[in-house]
Design a protein around this ligand. Sequence first.
Ligand SMILES: [Zn+2]
Length: 109
Amino acid sequence: MKSAVVLRCPICNAVRALEGRRSKYSKQELYSHVKTHLRGHDLNEPKMAIRKYGIVSDATEIVVLPENHRQLPIEEGTERDDTWLTDGSLSDGEGSLSASESSVETSSL
Ligand SMILES: [Zn+2]
């Protein structure tokens, strides 16, 4: 199991993943990875300029299964819907990877 840091664009919801633990990256480094993506948005308004730093402060560390690791959107920002990164995996981790036990009707007599 590996760790990855997920950055989510507050403007278009694209996600970008970086390998490693969040503590490995400074905010400056995190921001430098999304800078290129953000350039595609019109961030001239001061309000937007503030929002873009929200990406960094909202960076989430997740645990990645080996089979998912290859699919991390490391190269470029990716539409979140196009990845396996669902809302569940972006919430703060607790139980996000455990399959919810469906209450199967047990008809044991
Ligand atoms: Zn974006």
